[in-house]
Ligand binder design. Structure first.
Ligand code: NAD
Length: 272
């Protein structure tokens, strides 16, 4: 007898699905039986990502929607599209985020870099939460499809929201701290509606966002020595944690700062 897929029939949205963690999570969601709405500001990337999901999982249902998370109208359209196509929304993975190359310390960071970072990394998460709550409040239990009321929202923060670093990216770090605080409060406010909110705190992951920034051996090694496991993480390792938070396996997990960082947040000095 085959085991039931962990996200069978769940309607899911992934923001920033054109690359890195969002792309891997879209693939894992489809592998676990979810219906997936992939979205990204980069239309070509998200179209290619949805095509890849369809190729790898021919029986899956995946669509691509262009969406800039910093624009309320785009997020509303994204959630409306998901509900119009699939009838409900069970999971939102608020993953889209930027780490701007001109993000620096308190003196050098320009106001426009600060504002852009907060607009995408914080306001974008808020818009997503707002429209997810409005949609998830309408969810009725469906025994035939194995779907319940409420839903699960996973907001992407970062290990830098928990740890300071001597290589400053002040706007980014502040934005991710805001995601943690916002997510905790949402988790409490909506707990009795059955809508769970958790933050994912990835450690340093081998995706374009980080690797484009660590573009010299010196920059790379400066970080590597702090990794207890002696390597950066892989996007798929985040995706598997997101599947847990999205699924009913985590039905009593709410308001957490879910660390997936190879133990980095717990370390003082590594063995090498
Ligand atoms: P990535 O750069 O590989 O992918 C990010 C995706 O978001 C891209 O496809 C990009 O087009 C999209 N995007 C950017 N701005 C957008 C907007 N305004 N609206 C919609 N989509 C937009 O990055 P990643 O490493 O996969 O990062 C995903 C998330 O994980 C981010 O929130 C990031 O801050 C977080 N994170 C990453 C790391 C890491 O080491 N890579 C560590 C901690 C947290």
């Amino acid at each position: 007898m085959s085991a039931r897929l962990r996200l069978a029939n769940k309607v899911t949205i992934v923001t920033g699905a054109g690359s890195g963690i969002g792309l891997e999570t879209s693939l894992q969601f489809a592998a676990e039986g979810a219906r997936v709405v992939l979205s990204d500001i980069n239309e070509a990337a998200v179209t290619a990502a949805a095509k890849l999901v369809a190729e790898r999982f021919p029986t899956s249902e995946a669509i691509a929607v262009k969406c800039d998370v910093s624009k309320e109208a785009d997020i509303k359209n994204l959630v409306d599209t998901a509900v119009a196509k699939f009838g409900r929304l069970d999971v939102l993975f608020n993953n889209a985020g930027i780490m701007h190359p001109a993000d620096d310390d308190a003196v050098a960071t320009e106001e426009k870099i600060w504002d852009l970072t907060q607009a995408i990394n914080v306001k974008g998460v808020w818009w997503g939460c707002k429209y997810a709550v409005l949609a998830m409040r309408n969810n009725k239990a469906d025994a035939a499809l194995g779907l319940g009321i409420g839903g699960s929202v996973i907001n992407v923060a970062s290990f830098v929201a928990k740890l300071g670093a001597a290589t400053p990216q002040l706007a980014y770090t502040a934005s991710k701290g805001a995601v943690l605080a916002m997510t905790r409060e949402l988790a409490m406010i909506h707990a009795r509606e059955g809508i769970r909110f958790n933050s994912l705190c990835p450690g340093p992951i081998r995706t374009p966002l980080l690797m484009d920034f660590l573009n010299t051996p010196e920059k790379l090694n400066r970080r590597m020595i702090h990794n207890p496991m002696g390597r950066f993480g892989e996007a798929v390792e985040q995706a598997k944690a997101v599947v847990f938070l999205a699924s009913d396996d985590s039905s009593y997990v709410n308001g957490t700062d879910f660390m997936v960082d190879g133990g980095l947040h717990a370390c003082y000095v590594t063995s090498e």
